[in-house]
Structure formats: C-alpha cells, structure tokens
Design a protein around this ligand. Sequence first.
Ligand code: VGL
Ligand code: ZN
Length: 183
Amino acid sequence: MKALLIVDLQNDFLLGGALPAPDGKKIIPVVNKLINLVDLVVASKDWHPEDSVHFEKWPVHCVANSEGAAFPEELEQSKIKTVVLKGTRNTDDGYSAFEATNIQLNNYLKENKVDELYICGLTTEYCVKNTVLDALEADYKTFVVRDAVEAVKAQPGDEEKAWQEMQAAGASIVYSEEVAKNA
Ligand code: VGL
Ligand code: ZN
C-alpha cells in the first residue's frame, strides 16, 4: 500500500504566517495532485502548547487550535484520512511525524499495510528531514517528493545539507511527475 504523508502544511509555515517557508505556497497544487495518486493520505500538524521550550529556538507558531496551525484553504483536505499531531508537549520539539502523540504513526501505517511512503510538505531542514529519517529507520520504502517540499531557510546551507542527508540515509528523491507516471 502506498501512503502520502503531508508534513506540516500549515498556515504558519506559509507567507503571512509566523515561521514561513518563503516558497511554501508553491507546493500546494503539487500536494493536491499527489493526494489522488496514493491509497492512503495522512497529514501531520505541528501542534504546540503556548509555553513550549520549542519557542526558545523559534518564534511562536502552530499553537494548538490556532489559525496558524490550520491547513491552508487551498489544500484539498477531503481525502486526508488521518491527522497526526506532534510537538504537543511543552518539553519537546517534535520535529518528526513519528513523534505524534494522538496516534502512534508507525503502528497506524502498519495496520494499514503501508510499505511505500511518499513524503512531502514543510520544512525540508526540520520536520520533513526528521520524518524521512524516522521512516527509513522504521524500514519503509521512503520517497521524498522534491517539488512538493520547501525549506524555511533559517540557516544558509541547511537545505542542501538536508537533501544530502536524506539521500545518504536511503531515501529516494522523486518528482511528482514520476509519481504520477507510476501510479
Ligand atoms: C518546523 C521549525 C519549527 C517544521 C516546525 O515543520 O519543519 N520547523 N517547528
Ligand atoms: Zn514547531
């Protein structure tokens, strides 16, 4: 079974939000296309308490239940089967979707017989990277959709390094066009 995992495609990571990936909005139409190419769609949300230690490193963003934590209107939400919430404790960053606390993501994917995981979303250097590395650790065939991922670009060089790290760990970097061809 093929699953699409949309990482943190939330208002605060888009222009106008608290911690924007400068080109984040560009990926929304690509993600909308990918949603129709897989058997199961799961989305993660960064979902922080107001007083998290996470905010010693970052501007306040994606506070649980806030507008900044919501999905953008343009995202085709009707086919998202499950939303997993991460970074929910005031003591953790929760960069990886596999750290979700409302659902144990690995068990959920196993129950749904997922073996191929297509990962997209925001941001390259943090939550996408950490999710991809955990997916590989958990032995999924892991694809990262290059044109459906964008970086926050907080530190120069980190974006490029993140792509290299994901690839070195065993992720396949693919374009949405190839995903469509093989669907
Ligand atoms: C993220 C920084 C802080 C992400 C989340 O989704 O990549 N980055 N919190
Ligand atoms: Zn965060």
